[in-house]
Ligand binder design. Sequence first.
Ligand code: NAD
Length: 257
Amino acid sequence: MSVQGKVAVVTGAASGIGRGIAEVFVNAGAKVVLADLNTAQAEATARELGPNALGVAMDVTQEAQVDAGIDRAAQHFGKIDILVSNAGIQIVAPLVDFAYKDWQRLMAIHLDGAFLTTRAALRHMYKQGTGGAVIYMGSVHSKEASPLKAPYVTAKHGLMGLAKVVAKEGAAHRVRANVVCPGFVRTPLVDKQIPEQAKTFGISEEDVVKNIMLKGTVDGEFSTVDDVAQAVLFFAAFETNALTGQSLNVSHGWSMT
Ligand code: NAD
């Protein structure tokens, strides 16, 4: 089981976990399309990764951009075998203070983005008739809740539902759908939250890391970008419907469900 010669689209691939997934996939012999809002960074990363990588401009909330970006990916590398729906943001605030526009923005990126990229990728996969894999970047927050993260927890739980529907509809086409659920990983998304939470809770940044972020882990350690990328690679390479509609925690035991 391998991704050798397969074509993968990774959203949010200009930074953090998405970038790590792109690197791991290229090293495993896949061709990777790095789709991101930050076009310059996606293209620069693709250049670093070599001819088996392509940077593509894509705001995952914009239907026309998603359809055009996925079509361009298929045209450039000839097909689409794997979609990693990874683009995401975090906005942290108590529910009573949450601005509606922030709720809508977060939901749009995580859920509209997952829907639009899935629909565009499935159209190619079904037409090709050679199966495929869709992997959603969930979170421990697909299964657990934390204060201050209402839309994020809601959206990440929602991705579990979407994956199950894609698993059922995709089965006849040998398209599998699964969710990878990381705990905290040191990326720009998490680095931004540390001072924000310190301010909200009136504690030190060290306490945010130790007593909030890593409190539930078995060993007080962050998961790494590579840990998450290897789990995504596993789902992408696994070739039968034996593993579909599933989720895998990569969280140092923070969630065991
Ligand atoms: P990051 O901020 O490092 O990277 C996110 C990328 O998504 C950026 O390149 C950004 O430009 C891109 N992006 C944002 N909005 C976009 C849009 N509308 N269209 C296209 N691209 C867009 O974040 P990260 O930590 O690498 O997070 C990646 C995913 O992993 C997210 O879905 C996040 O929720 C999830 N996740 C992260 C952690 C963590 O601890 N870092 C834990 C669990 C889940």
